[in-house]
Write a protein that binds this ligand. Structure first.
Ligand SMILES: Cc1ncc(COP(=O)(O)O)c(C=O)c1O
Length: 397
């Protein structure tokens, strides 16, 4: 394809997405995989992932609907999010496995089930008594505190129309250390066994959430050693032998982040007080994350800043290049065309010397990119999204 004809646009590489899906399946046998739709809900992307046997981690009713549209079955879709409305729960009933996120949600599900004279089989999101390799346990808006197990038991007694058949935990994203992830899986498995014992929950599934990170910075980061993680999971398989639960891993960025790039044209070039600016179409309002990274770099003044998922991962999370063959380089500020000085892609970066009409390409644009971007801001043309097939065909919807 010729990106010049389509930019500003996102291009997702189908072959890369497919190979990431297959890598997880091959390296971590014994698990069922769910794709976290929120990472990239572009339908051709979701259909591709569904065709590799992945189910959905849906965070809203609309994501449940999209998962069904993209070919996933209701048995493959898990709807887990804090603050589901009664309408969300009514919509989702019978269309997926609902994961209750609070005691109030349990009561709401009970009310709806009672109305329909049904027994609803659901899961429960748990806020556990361990962390995923970082810091002490603290308050969380996600799930039911394991500390409240007595209250949970009481609530379940008042919910005869609910059958809890599984558990969900998700604590962190973007972890690259196999040891940390493996330990977290083991802790989660122990919690599932505890809940089975103390609350009599028949654990048909244990959803370990996500955690497996992707490489943003190929110089500083190493991919998760999936073979080492597989070895760590041997103990899970043993612990699960008597239980027979479906073991689930969620994944968003691992399968899509590196498969995406954002391409946008340089509209203008100017010099101010000795600084050269390349002004591109749809900067902050085409791909928000670089603007946030630049803002954080500006405020942090060289101090390390931890991840703030999903808006910011690290200070070197993109590769930016000019798509021309110019052998001369120059140091520039790449900025967008909005009427705000915060519309910065990257300051002080050395790139191939560029002129208006050349294209800028930014990597790692496959996850938490388009959906997080305020594309309506200033009423510019909204970038298109394309899935590029291995034979170079562009799928638009
Ligand atoms: C519950 C849950 N599962 C899975 C994910 C996906 O995380 P990642 O894209 O890091 O795989 C998220 C991300 O926020 C999440 O909240």
């Amino acid at each position: 394809m010729n990106p010049k004809e389509h930019a500003p646009c996102y291009i997702y590489d189908q072959a890369m997405i497919e190979s990431a899906c297959e890598e997880l399946k091959k390296e971590l046998p014994g698990f069922t995989f769910l794709y976290s739709i929120k990472a990239n809900p572009f339908e051709p992307v979701v259909r591709t992932i569904a065709s590799h046997g992945f189910g959905a981690d849906a965070a809203s009713w609309r994501e449940v609907e999209e998962s069904l549209t993209c070919g996933m079955t209701k048995e493959q879709i898990y709807f887990s999010a804090p603050g589901k409305s009664e309408q969300d729960l009514r919509n989702a009933r019978g269309k997926c496995t609902i994961i209750a996120d609070s005691l109030n949600e349990l009561r709401l599900i009970q009310k709806i089930a009672e109305e329909h004279h049904t027994i609803e089989t659901i899961g429960l999101r748990v806020h556990p008594l361990y962390t995923m390799g970082a810091g002490a346990v603290s308050a969380s808006k996600f799930g039911v505190d394991l500390e409240q197990i007595d209250e949970l038991k009481e609530t379940l007694k008042q919910c005869p129309n609910i059958r809890i058949a599984g558990m969900h935990v998700h604590l962190r994203s973007q972890v690259l250390d196999a040891e940390t992830i493996g330990q977290y899986y083991e802790d989660t498995m122990k919690t599932a066994l505890l809940l089975k014992e103390t609350c009599g929950i028949d654990m048909k599934f244990i959803n370990f959430g996500s955690g497996i990170g992707t490489v943003y910075d190929a110089v500083k980061e190493k991919p998760v050693d999936l073979a080492a993680l597989r070895e760590k999971t041997a103990v899970l398989m043993e612990m699960n032998a008597g239980l027979g639960a479906k073991l689930i891993i969620e994944t968003g960025r691992f399968v899509v982040c590196r498969a995406g790039k954002y391409v946008t044209p340089i509209i203008d070039k100017k010099v101010s007080h000795g600084t050269t600016y390349l002004i591109v179409a749809n900067g902050l309002n085409g791909f928000l994350r670089p603007a946030i990274a630049a803002l954080i770099a500006n405020v942090a003044k060289g101090q390390p800043v931890g991840g703030m998922e999903p808006l910011f991962t690290n200070d070197n999370e993109f590769e930016i290049k000019v798509l021309n063959n110019c052998e001369e380089t120059e140091t520039v500020n790449v900025v967008g065309n909005l009427c705000t000085a915060l519309d910065v892609i990257k300051n002080n970066i050395t790139l191939n010397k560029a002129e208006p009409g050349d294209l800028i390409e930014i990597s790692n644009a496959g996850s938490y990119a388009y959906p997080l971007t305020p594309v309506q801001f200033s009423s510019h043309t909204v970038p298109e999204q394309y899935l590029e097939t291995p034979d170079g065909k562009l799928i638009e919807h």
